[in-house]
Ligand binder design. Sequence first.
Ligand SMILES: C[S@@+](CC[C@H](N)C(=O)[O-])C[C@H]1O[C@@H](n2cnc3c(N)ncnc32)[C@H](O)[C@@H]1O
Length: 201
Amino acid sequence: MTKTVDDHAARFDEKADEYDDGGSPEYLECRDLVIEHADPGPDDVVLDLGTGTGAIALALADRADRVVGRDVSEGMLAEAERKAAEAGIENAAFGIGRFREPDYDGPVDIVTTNFALHHLADEEKREAIERIVELGPRRFVLGDVMFFGEPDPDEPFYSPEVDDPATVGMLADALTDAGFSLTAVERVADQVGVLVAERRV
Ligand SMILES: C[S@@+](CC[C@H](N)C(=O)[O-])C[C@H]1O[C@@H](n2cnc3c(N)ncnc32)[C@H](O)[C@@H]1O
């Protein structure tokens, strides 16, 4: 891990109130693909990890029974709660939790995460994916910075000083080793993509 969980929490606390201003085309496309592939039904509970200001969780709330957001940054979670209240969304619950300890033990049908898992080292990503399987969702939608080819310092989202993106191959292996089948791979850019995984029965 390039930075500790506390480092990331502090970094996002600082930028929470301006986080929603802007967003690169790659981020926006990735976000929209995660929302599209999550595709919850009215009885589904969605757990969004690294939820930030709730970009994914709040967009899915009106199609799901309930959405639960977890993050390590109090500042980002406060923004998510403010946005939920402003939009009159009553079936969203946000709280502190990390990938490997989400602090949630209720039912989960779909787990989502967008632009967050790359903060973990590869071995920690594996542990996080194993923890997600234990929660029992039928689907896991992972949008993130990920390398489709060789890491390229000239491409957007190459920030080894703060981030730890994995290769698509490493993520695919971790998902299938943990008990998921990979059902879709969306390449947004050379270093951004969405992987959709369904639990093998
Ligand atoms: C770039 S933001 C993405 C937020 C949101 N998912 C989105 O699509 O806008 C990354 C988020 O991951 C959170 N984060 C970093 N490390 C984490 C961890 N170990 N567990 C949970 N969240 C984490 C940060 O606090 C931050 O809110």
